[in-house]
Structures are given as C-alpha cells and as structure tokens.
Design a protein around this ligand. Structure first.
Ligand code: NDP
Ligand code: ZN
Length: 354
C-alpha cells in the first residue's frame, strides 16, 4: 500500500509499505478525512526521535474495512472516529487513579500512530483494541467536527482540565493556533470570567474572540506579562500554555497567583531547558501547581467530546480553513502545515475511494 511520511529527518515523501495485519482485537481502517498536525511536522524534522520510513498522520475519520474475530462493536463499512491516542487498556498503568490514558506502558506510549506503527496518511491503517478505542461517527456530527475531536479538541480541553478552570476565574491561554483555540473554547465552556489569549495571526485572533477570548494579547507588541498585568490589575488564576517555548513557562509563573495552576499542552524542543528563578515559584511555597500533559484518547473520551458537538455546545469545524480533496493531496496539506502561511489555522484532506 501507499503512504506519506518521513523517509528520514527533514525528508518527507510517498513510500510503499505492507498493508497492516489485523490482530484479533484490531480494526483495519481506510481514511475518509485526515488532518496534518504540528506534531507530524515536528516529528518530520526529527523533533520526536529517529525516523526511517515512517508513515505519518494521527488525525482521522475512516471506514472500517476489516475487524479481528474478537471485535464486537464494529464491522466493515462502519464510519469511525479514531482517537490519536489508542491505549492498550490491559496495561497496569491504566489502573492508576486519575491516570491520563496517553501513557499506557510509559511516556506517550498510547500514541501508537506515531511511535508504535504507521500512521493514518496511508491507504490502510491499524487500530489496536478497536472496541475500546474507536467511536462510531454520530449522524448529527459532521466529518469535519468529528475529525477535530481526536487531537485538537482532546488536547485543548485537556489543558483546561489540567488547569482546573472554575466559574468566574481569569485565565491566560498562551497560543491561539488550533490547540490554543480549543483551549479557549473549553475555558469558556468551563465558565471562566475573563480569558486572555496570546497570538498575532488575524484569522486566529477572530476565531479566538468567537470561541470566548475577552482580551487578545499580541506577543509581538511588547512583553506579554506586562500587558496582561496592566490590563488585569494583577495576577490571574490559571494559565494554559499552547504556544511559545521554555521561556513561556517563566512568563506563566509571573502571571499566576498563589494557589493557581499552570497547565502546559505545548511541545518543547528536546534541546531546550526550563530555567526560572526560585522566587517566581514563591521560593517553592506558592502552592502554584505546574502540570504538563499529552492528548488523552480512547472511545470514552472521544464520545464525550462528540456529545458536546452533537448538542451544539461547540463547533470545532471552524478551525478547518484549508481544504484539499484526494488521497494524493495529503502531501500538499502536509507542506502547508509545515510552512504555516499566516492565514492557515488547520488543513483537512477529504478522501474518496470510489
Ligand atoms: P500553532 O503553531 O498553530 O500555534 C502556536 C500559537 O502560539 C500561535 O497562536 C502563536 O501566535 C502563539 N505563540 C507563538 N510564540 C508565542 C510567544 N512567544 N508568546 C505567546 N504566544 C506565542 O500550534 P498548534 O496550535 O498546532 O499547537 C500548539 C502546541 O501544541 C504545539 O507545541 C504542538 O506541537 C502542541 N501539541 C501538543 C499536543 C499534546 O498532546 N500535548 C497535541 C497536539 C499539538 P501567532 O498567531 O503569532 O502564530
Ligand atoms: Zn497531533
């Protein structure tokens, strides 16, 4: 079969691979819509480790073409929403109270589509433990919105959950790319009072306001901390980081009150380090919680996110402003994601196999 991915670091292209083999609890799926992610482009440059002919892609809605003999809930022809993390639910770590299911056998090990085997930019891809990991696409949820649950919404909302946003609170969201935009929308759904969001791209700024940001801070127009402290008249309750670099953590520590929370869903470069003075963390006594986490997956979570869309609490399809048609257009969509023209929010590729 054909697939698109990383041949070597900084070298992407099409490749021929064997069609994946379906285990007793697995499903083999054909993609119907896929979206490239910042993590795919990051990985293609070697940012997530060694690469040798790896098919990329981990955001998909697809059609089941084959199921293993132990699969009960799905059959060929079903249209399914595919979480980007598909845990092995038999791993003991899954039993830890409050565990994020992204880390089944260890750090981000549930991210099987980028790490364990080939991804979704392929004619066929495999999903483990289909009954626990796949969700039938609800009739009243569009393919675009369904596609945005699997990573963008799950990650952005996880930032909000980690930050533990409460009614009426003041929250800063660093970054209004597709992940940060979903964090803004989730923060608004959680009932925050004031939401500061940082970014500069006009399309993203407009959408951030639509999703509930009350104040947009352009980090290119001066120090973010000074701008927010001045407008807010002091520190904020929670900070969610979905953009920036290691120095953003220092800014977050300047911004958050004692007892507050900093929740990061950002990827940091492997060669970068966090360095902040002890006084910013109250000499270790500020009761400020710092968390960083990865996109949770599994059927239960994605079902909850789809339920928000089905009941019109949120429309994540607004993120998709670059549209491509045809399997071979995955290459163009990937390049757009890598080059990030200023008007891009998120690309989608529709695939028709007829
Ligand atoms: P984008 O690059 O589209 O967005 C980044 C945002 O951060 C933009 O709004 C950008 O502003 C803003 N920004 C950049 N630099 C700064 C700065 N110094 N201060 C304040 N704001 C800044 O990324 P995505 O939304 O696609 O992804 C966000 C992050 O989440 C990435 O690191 C990505 O790899 C990661 N990610 C993490 C996942 C997880 O599970 N934890 C899953 C998926 C993605 P501007 O408008 O100027 O561009
Ligand atoms: Zn991703």
């Amino acid at each position: 079969m054909k697939g698109f991915g990383a041949i070597a670091p900084n070298n992407v292209g099409w490749m021929e691979k064997d069609r994946p083999v379906c285990g007793p609890m697995d499903a083999i799926i054909r993609p119907l819509a896929v979206a490239p992610c910042s993590s795919d482009t990051h990985a293609s440059h070697g940012g997530s480790g060694p690469l040798d002919h790896v098919i990329l892609g981990h955001e998909a809605v697809g059609e089941v073409v084959e199921v293993g003999n132990l699969v009960k809930n799905f059959k060929p022809g079903d249209v399914v929403v595919v979480p980007c993390c598909t845990p092995d639910w038999t791993e003991k770590n899954m039993q830890q109270r409050g565990a994020n299911n992204a880390h089944d056998a260890g750090l981000m090990k549930s991210f099987k589509l980028l790490g364990s085997w080939d991804g979704v930019f392929a004619e066929f891809f495999k999903i483990n433990q289909a009954d626990a990991n796949l969700v039938l696409k609800p009739e009243n949820v569009s393919i675009e919105s369904a596609l945005m649950t699997v990573d963008m919404m799950s990650t952005g909302f996880y930032g909000v959950e980690m930050a533990d946003v409460q009614f009426g609170e003041t929250v800063v969201v660093f970054g209004i790319g597709p992940v940060g935009l979903m964090a803004v929308a989730g923060t608004a759904l959680r009932g925050a009072g004031r939401i500061f969001a940082t970014g500069s791209r006009p399309n993203c700024v407009e959408l951030a306001k639509e999703y509930g940001a009350t104040d947009i801070i352009n980090y290119k127009n001066g120090d973010v901390v000074e701008q927010i402290l001045a407008l807010n008249g002091g520190q904020v309750d929670r900070v969610i980081i979905a953009g920036g670099d290691c120095s953003t953590m220092t800014q977050a520590l300047c911004l958050v009150k004692p007892n507050g929370t900093i929740a990061s869903i950002n990827f940091y470069d492997a060669t970068d380090s966090f360095a902040y003075p002890a006084y910013l963390w109250g000499l270790g006594m500020s009761d400020v919680t710092i968390k960083g986490g990865f996109c949770p997956g599994g059927a239960y979570r994605i079902e909850k996110l789809l339920n928000l869309i089905a009941n019109k609490r949120i429309d994540p399809s607004k993120l998709l402003n670059y549209k491509f048609e045809g399997f071979e257009k995955i290459e163009d969509a990937f390049k757009v994601m890598d080059e990030k023209p200023r008007d891009l929010i998120k690309p989608i590729v529709y695939i028709n196999w007829d």
